[in-house]
Design a protein around this ligand. Structure first.
Ligand SMILES: Cc1ncc(COP(=O)(O)O)c(C=O)c1O
Length: 438
């Protein structure tokens, strides 16, 4: 089916002055927290939940839960099919979610938003559809050393199949991309450059617009993995000027099973389908089929309707807070957390750039002599939830010569009190393991 293109406006500038979640132009996380039911819960020993694992998945506000709940309670029906009231309502809500997502990242055309289950599926879509059509023997794809496995393994499989090559932009010891080496790699005339906007492990915010410009000058297409950016920094795909931009819903306050690929219309139109079946066709005969127009060409089968409606609600929710304010909130929190952690625990190893101006709300750390899994387990007893392990960036951990790290990460509901709880929790970890060093 066709839905008329609605013009999208610039990224949500935020709610009006009367919004209690915003004071003096700043987010008030203590007020925002109250909109997330899970943050009022306690663990088995009655300790309040201190959730510092938002880079893994974010919590969901009542507005998002309600949007999905209303769909199931009031108009649960398949999309693009039902010639009856609730079917039309569900199609309208699903397509309105697409418009919200387009507006949120300032996509020029809502038809350039393809709903996917997550960022991983969006990258695989590009690797299978664009990649198999356009990558040939000897071609080069440039990635970086800091990629999540989701933006690495699909390209490994592609180059193995096509006998093509991968090259990697290295990082400095502080976790910043070496653009001088990128410049040299671009002399190889890569077909594609794919990199993360914000590192899920180190928090580094990469200069995506500059990198895109450099790649385009060398004739390469650009895919940006925005899984850790879209929830935390203003994203304007027109200003960045990349060719593909992908993200997951569940890290941006939306449910699991939601996500999106943004791609330039001409590129999406030139690409063959990824998955095939219902929804993605216009006409089917026994021996051949005509495919639907974008974005439905890439949305085979019944989609996760409730999840994408939830994604639209999350985009509206964050748009009302204002992504500039979200970024500022996390930058301030980082400016508080990094020195506070270092002052309370001088023995703590902290990784990633120490300048909050180029870093999102992600703090990987190690306590010397204690395995990160043990750190996370004892922190959990104090109510503090952090992630421990390689965070799906094994090559990055290899580069930094680290088997694993513990990682605390923020979102709009994170407060200074959460950071204080982490600092106290680390003291408890040291007490349990008898570490009384610096
Ligand atoms: C930077 C980055 N890219 C991609 C992904 C993959 O996201 P998903 O598992 O939702 O597909 C993640 C998830 O942690 C991530 O942090």
């Amino acid at each position: 089916m066709t839905v008329t293109s609605e013009p999208t406006t610039a990224i949500g500038a935020g709610a009006g002055a009367a919004d209690p979640r915003i004071r003096d132009g700043r987010l008030v996380p203590e007020v925002i927290r109250a909109e997330f039911p899970i943050l009022a819960t306690t663990n088995a020993s009655g300790r309040p939940l201190v959730y510092l694992d938002s880079a893994s998945t974010s919590q969901k506000p009542q507005a998002v839960i309600d949007a999905m709940d209303t769909y199931y309670r009031e108009y649960n029906a398949n999309v693009h099919r039902g010639i009856y009231e609730i079917g039309e309502r569900s199609t309208a809500a699903y397509e309105a979610a697409r418009t919200s997502v387009a507006r949120f990242i300032n996509a020029p055309d809502r038809h350039e938003i393809v709903f996917t289950r997550n960022a991983t599926e969006a990258i695989n879509l590009v690797a299978y559809s664009w990649g198999r059509k356009n990558i040939a023997r000897g071609d080069v794809i440039v990635l970086t050393e800091m990629e999540h496995h989701a933006n690495l393994v699909p390209w490994q499989i592609l180059v193995q199949e096509k006998d093509a090559d991968l090259e990697f932009i290295p990082i400095t010891d502080d976790g910043v991309l070496r653009l001088d080496v990128f410049e040299v790699l671009l002399r190889l005339k890569p077909r594609l450059v794919a990199f993360t906007h914000v590192s899920n492990t180190l928090g580094t915010i990469n200069p995506v617009a500059e990198m895109t410009r450099m790649a385009h000058e060398a004739g390469a297409l650009v895919l940006i993995d925005g899984a850790q950016a879209v929830p935390h920094v203003p994203v304007d795909v027109q200003a960045i000027d990349a060719d593909f931009y992908v993200f997951s819903g569940h890290k941006m306050l939306a449910p699991t099973g939601s996500g999106a690929l943004w791609g330039r219309r001409q590129l999406l139109e030139s690409m063959p389908p990824f998955l095939a079946g219902g929804e993605m066709i216009r006409e089917v005969h026994l021996r051949r089929s005509d495919f639907n127009e974008i974005p439905w060409k890439f949305e085979a089968g019944t989609p996760d309707i409730a999840a994408e409606i939830g994604l639209g609600a999350a985009a509206d929710y964050l748009g009302a807070l204002g992504m500039g304010r979200v970024r500022e909130h996390e930058r301030e929190l980082l400016s508080y957390a990094l020195p506070a952690l270092a002052a309370a625990h001088p023995d703590l190893a902290l990784y990633g750039p120490m300048d909050p101006g180029i870093r999102g709300g992600v703090i990987p750390f190690n306590i010397p002599g204690i395995h990160p899994h043990d750190v996370a387990q004892v922190l959990d007893r104090t109510g503090v939830a952090v992630r421990a392990g390689h965070h799906c960036t094994m090559p990055l951990h290899e580069r930094l010569d680290l088997p694993a790290t513990a990682r605390a990460s923020f979102n709009v509901y994170t407060t200074r009190a959460d950071i204080d709880a982490l600092i106290a929790g680390i003291a408890e970890v040291k007490r349990v393991f008898g570490v009384f060093g610096a």
